[in-house]
Design a protein around this ligand. Structure first.
Ligand SMILES: [Zn+2]
Length: 102
């Protein structure tokens, strides 16, 4: 038998100028915790809906202080990808491929 614990979750959105590319950016994020016997407070008591709500609100507040970054730009700033300008899209690659074999 599977036991499903109740999730306390909030979908939050923030928008502003991307701190990497400077373009308008809106991102959303899900904040959640589950109500379960192992999810405890620092004092050892099991977290209630209210406890989780308070924690999530703090996380959301902190998250909203940070300017939004596009998913792709975040990869760039982490050094995983080349900057936007030289970034080849699937479409570019496909077009080049077609041109080559015309
Ligand atoms: Zn960006």
């Amino acid at each position: 038998m599977k036991v499903y614990f109740q999730e306390v979750k909030y979908h939050e959105k923030k928008s502003g100028k991307c701190s990497v590319c400077g373009k308008t950016c809106t991102i959303s994020k899900k904040f959640y915790q589950t109500l379960n016997p192992f999810n405890k407070n620092a004092d050892g008591t099991i977290k209630t809906h209210g406890d989780i709500y308070k924690e999530l609100m703090i996380q959301i507040k902190e998250w909203k202080k940070i300017p939004p970054i596009h998913g792709k730009c975040e990869d760039v700033s982490n050094g995983n990808l080349k900057p936007d300008t030289s970034y080849e899209t699937e479409m570019d690659r496909a077009t080049k491929y077609i041109d080559k074999y015309k």
